[in-house]
Design a protein around this ligand. Structure first.
Ligand code: DX5
Ligand code: ZN
Length: 217
């Protein structure tokens, strides 16, 4: 299991320090939530802030774009230093084209689905996707409760990936805690995002260890 702490719950006034603390704790991925105030009812940060973070950190930047028509900004996020770019099914009419553009820009393509969006939307893209993100809250804010049916969704997606003979990773984001992480990994999750349940419980090395121990890793 890979833990990808969501910087949405970090101290925005000390992002460089937070990234350094994650690295020192043994974390490998950083989940960066980009929100535009249109696709979701909240606004965070964009390519200039990610470029500034990139200057201070060599963590794997897992960029979750909660923005309308993300295809317009793929090159900007790639240049800013994104390693993986995840776009929402619901945010674009041209998902395949956007994923191809992400790969063309040298980043790993990933697709996110809101809780109510059927898995069928990604079936034909699986061979070209590094990861599928199953949202387990309605995106926009940290600290929300996990929506229970998303556990079944992870199981179904795992079967779909096996049937397709693909090696796509499954990420789960929203309401992930020490209490549900083991079930999620057993259901097929490879990457867990955690915001409030991670940053709210320092020191980070101990918190990472607790997540890994719960998930048997
Ligand atoms: C929500 C974001 C999440 C958020 C998760 O829209 O995509 O990454 O930070 O926060 P928690 O883990 O607190 O639910
Ligand atoms: Zn996210």
């Amino acid at each position: 299991m890979i833990l990808s702490p969501s910087l949405l719950s970090a101290d925005f006034a000390r992002l460089a320090d937070e990234l350094a603390a994650l690295k020192a704790a043994g974390v490998q991925w950083a989940h960066l939530d980009v929100m535009d105030g249109s696709f979701v009812p909240n606004i965070t940060y964009g390519p200039p802030v990610i470029a500034a973070m990139r200057k201070t950190s060599d963590l794997f930047f897992d960029c979750h774009l909660m923005i309308d028509e993300p295809g317009r900004y793929v090159d900007d996020f790639a240049k800013a230093g994104a390693d993986l770019i995840c776009v929402h099914v619901e945010a674009t009419n041209h998902l395949e084209r956007t994923c191809a553009a992400i790969a063309q820009a040298g980043c790993k393509p990933a697709v996110a689905l809101n809780p109510a969006t059927p898995l069928e939307a990604v079936r034909y893209l699986l061979p070209q996707l590094h990861m599928v993100l199953v949202m387990s809250v309605n995106p926009g804010f940290g600290g929300q409760a996990f929506i229970p049916f998303c556990l079944d969704k992870v199981r179904e997606l795992k079967n779909m990936i096996i049937q397709a003979g693909a090696s796509t990773l499954i990420q789960v984001d929203g309401g992930v805690t020490l209490d549900n992480c083991a079930e999620l990994v057993a259901a097929g999750a490879d990457v867990l995002v955690s915001g409030s349940a991670f940053f709210g419980h320092p020191p980070y090395d101990r918190r990472l260890r607790q997540f890994m121990e719960r998930c048997g890793g």
